[in-house]
Ligand binder design. Structure first.
Ligand code: WQD
Length: 351
């Protein structure tokens, strides 16, 4: 079987992608220092796929420790690189921590791609690279505007580092620009597990609905959108996960026209913050306790994807609706509440 190294394998998108890769015949190992995740997530993955996934608890900013993984696994043919800090608001407060962590880890990995001749590299990028676009939906040819946050800059720079490296080395890469990943695996064994108060919309909604949070705030109601709240392209995490398997298949099948390709991973539908809340209330039957507040620094006003390129070239088609996203997110939050043995109190770094 083809062995794939998934960095950030204990994280939200990484864990869902491991499941899709294994279900599609790949052998997978993970590297995750659990600074923002719990290795217990792989127990949930094991319940779904029926096999253990080895995780190397290594900080990718440490070159020697990263190099040692490749020394031990000289049969890695592909890397999917998720591991990075990803909070828009936190990056505004701690820009140097974001540049150091997100870029050093990437450069160390690419050094190993070169030394160990790893042929395929998939980079976890983000729609934040577009900044505040002049026109929506955005295509892969939409020129990136200045990023709205240091997090967005780490993704813009990360894409440039990968594409420049690929020009100098005979590997092939795909950059996947996620829009807003939400929801959870239908089995309820894994899902989003923010540490501390959630910055992202959907976990804030589900934690408020279940009572973990007293209330939540809608950040800004005076934007130039149909109801005054920000507009996003929310997409189910399982649809995002499957796109990674298709991207690897595409590279391994040598179907890529360029050595470094980029794809938008969005549904192609824009939905506002208030519309997400209404969809959640409809699916859950819970009246959400929220207030209308001020804008949040670093927020993009409105963005959603034109996903024609991924649909056509990767044969990728989203399967989950907004209602499915809300339902799986809500089922997961309730399961977390009911089954303390599942993960207990989510803490970074726990084993
Ligand atoms: C969405 C909207 C908030 C919380 C995310 C990821 C980022 C990247 C892009 C992958 C905004 C509003 C939120 C709340 C609110 N994904 N909101 N009340 O900022 O689009 O970025 O997707 O790389 O990593 O963080 O997502 O969910 O934080 O915010 O009103 O309590 O919901 O202001 O308008 P964002 P988000």
């Amino acid at each position: 079987m083809s062995k794939i190294l998934v960095t950030g394998g204990c994280g939200y998108i990484g864990s869902h992608t491991i499941i899709d890769l294994v279900e599609n015949g790949y052998e997978v190992i993970s590297v995750d220092n659990n600074s923002r995740s719990s290795s217990k997530v792989l127990k949930g993955v094991e319940k779904i796929i029926g096999k253990k996934i080895k995780n190397y608890k290594v900080d990718l900013c440490d070159y020697n420790d990263t190099h040692a993984i490749f020394m031990e696994n000289d049969d890695i043919i592909g890397i999917i690189h998720f591991a990075a800090y990803k909070s828009v608001s936190e990056s505004v407060d701690k820009p140097l921590m974001y540049f150091e962590n997100n870029l050093t880890s990437l450069i160390n990995l690419l050094k190993c791609v070169e030394e160990f001749d790893v042929p395929y590299f998939v980079f976890s990028s983000s729609c934040t690279v577009y900044g505040n676009p002049d026109e929506i939906p955005v295509t892969e040819l939409t020129l990136p505007k200045p990023a709205a946050s240091p997090y967005g800059y780490t993704k813009q720079m990360g894409e440039q580092i990968v594409s420049e490296f690929i020009k100098s080395f005979h590997a092939n890469a795909i950059l996947l620009r996620y829009f807003n990943p939400v929801g959870a695996h239908p089995s309820n064994w894994i899902g989003e597990m923010p540490i501390g108060r959630p910055a992202n919309l959907v976990p804030a909604i589900t934690q408020t609905a279940i009572g973990k949070l007293k209330s939540m705030q809608v950040h800004g109601t005076d934007y130039p959108t149909r109801d005054g709240t920000c507009l996003r392209d929310f997409i189910h995490v399982c649809d995002i996960a499957h796109a990674h398997t298709l991207a690897l298949n595409y590279l391994i099948g040598k179907k890529n026209k360029a050595a470094c390709e980029v794809y938008n991973l969005g549904t192609g539908n824009g939905v506002t913050v208030l519309e997400v809340i209404k969809a959640f209330e409809k699916v859950s039957g819970v009246k959400l306790n929220y207030t209308l507040g001020e804008r949040r620094t670093g927020d993009v006003i409105a963005i959603y994807a034109n996903n024609d390129k991924a649909s056509k070239e990767l044969s990728w088609h989203t399967k989950y609706s907004l209602e499915d996203m809300m339902r799986t997110a809500w089922d997961w939050e309730q399961h977390l509440e009911e089954d303390e043995t599942l993960y207990g109190e989510q803490k970074a770094g726990d084993n």
